[in-house]
Design a protein around this ligand. Structure first.
Ligand SMILES: Cc1ncc(C[n+]2csc(CCOP(=O)(O)OP(=O)(O)O)c2C)c(N)n1
Ligand SMILES: [Mg+2]
Length: 319
């Protein structure tokens, strides 16, 4: 899929949606209106949004615990996402799942996942289904750097490789797994190197460059669809916020965070569009305004939606 102005403007809108969505979630969390915990992907919007947008209709994806940008990139409805976070009946899981369980199975969104590394097995299984049923569709498996130290990563990537399953393992390397820097948890610099062990391509992308992310995933998808087997893409990025809503961030310096804020993926896409003459500053302003308005509407939708009825408490859950 060639990168047209239309796609880029939609990408810019979704990246802005992701940023505003999480600003709202952080605010609601601080007011005690979002329960459990939540993991923000501020700073990772290009990585999550552009990769998911490079998929074709009917492709599938599994998301991580840090999945808001990924979900919005995949095209999920921000109204229903906001309702889910606020525990409302109109949410994706009728308000019972929250941030780490946003899922839309009928439309190929296999869900966010509170189990680190859980998506590898789900995606590999779903990819086997695509191959068996000859659907021509593929699965984008989102995961984090820390998860590549889990057994599920090695087992799933190996199986996907030998069976040439249509899956892209998209690893968002934001340098940390909770408070642990990757230098302390693995003896290699690039996670892409791990692909070699399984005989599949390992590609590194600048995860803060939406264009590079999109083009790399779209190109990898061609080979995967043609039956050449899985690809691992390492997206180098950074989360601006703490790991979750309870993180004093004693493990990193303010300077490091500031350095990465300079690499803001949203500002970068805006600059690219204007510098390339693909859009005017006014057009970009208009998208930003639209994104803010859409988010206010999403909040209104969620706040006005009903609570799930008490009688439904045991519906749709396993016991
Ligand atoms: C199987 C499992 N082990 C541990 C945890 C606790 N935990 C939640 S997030 C996280 C760090 C994951 O790091 P990474 O994969 O790099 O993703 P990031 O949070 O950086 O996006 C851990 C250890 C968990 N949820 N599941
Ligand atoms: Mg990480």
């Amino acid at each position: 899929m060639a990168l047209t102005k239309e796609i880029l403007m939609e990408m810019y809108l979704r990246m802005n949606h992701a940023r505003h969505f999480e600003e709202k979630v952080a605010y609601f969390f601080s007011r005690g209106m979002v329960h459990g915990t939540t993991h923000l992907s501020v700073g990772q919007e290009a990585s999550g949004v552009a990769s998911a947008m490079a998929l074709d209709d009917g492709d599938l994806a599994s998301l991580t615990h840090r999945g808001h940008s990924q979900a919005i990139g995949f095209g999920l409805d921000i109204n229903r996402m906001m309702a889910e976070l606020l525990g409302k009946e109109t949410g994706y899981c009728k308000g019972k799942g929250g941030s780490m369980h946003i899922a839309d199975i009928e439309n190929g969104n296999l869900g966010a996942n509170g189990i680190v590394g859980g998506g590898y097995c789900i995606s590999t299984g779903a990819a086997l289904t695509q191959q068996y049923n000859k659907t021509g569709k593929l699965v984008l498996c989102f995961s984090g750097d820390g998860s590549t130290n889990e057994g599920t990563f090695h087992e799933a990537v190996n199986l996907a490789s030998i069976w040439k399953l249509p899956v892209i393992f998209f690893i968002e390397n934001n340098l940390y797994g909770m408070s642990t820097h990757i230098e302390k948890s693995m003896n290699i610099k690039d996670i892409a190197d791990r692909a070699k062990s399984y005989g599949i391509p390992g590609i590194i992308v600048d995860g803060n460059d939406a264009i590079e992310v999109y083009e790399t995933v779209a190109k990898a998808a061609e080979g995967v669809r043609a039956g050449k087997g899985p690809v691992l893409i390492e997206s180098k990025t950074y989360r601006w916020q703490g790991h979750s809503k309870s993180d004093a961030q004693a493990y990193r310096t303010k300077d490091e965070v500031e350095e990465w804020k300079e690499k803001d993926p949203i500002a970068r896409l805006r600059k690219f569009m204007i510098d390339q003459g693909m859009a005017t500053a006014e057009e970009m302003d208009e998208v930003e305004k639209q994104a803010k308005e859409n988010m206010e509407k999403a909040v209104e939708f969620a706040r006005e939606s009903p609570e799930p009825p008490v009688e439904s408490v045991t519906e749709d859950v396993y016991a």
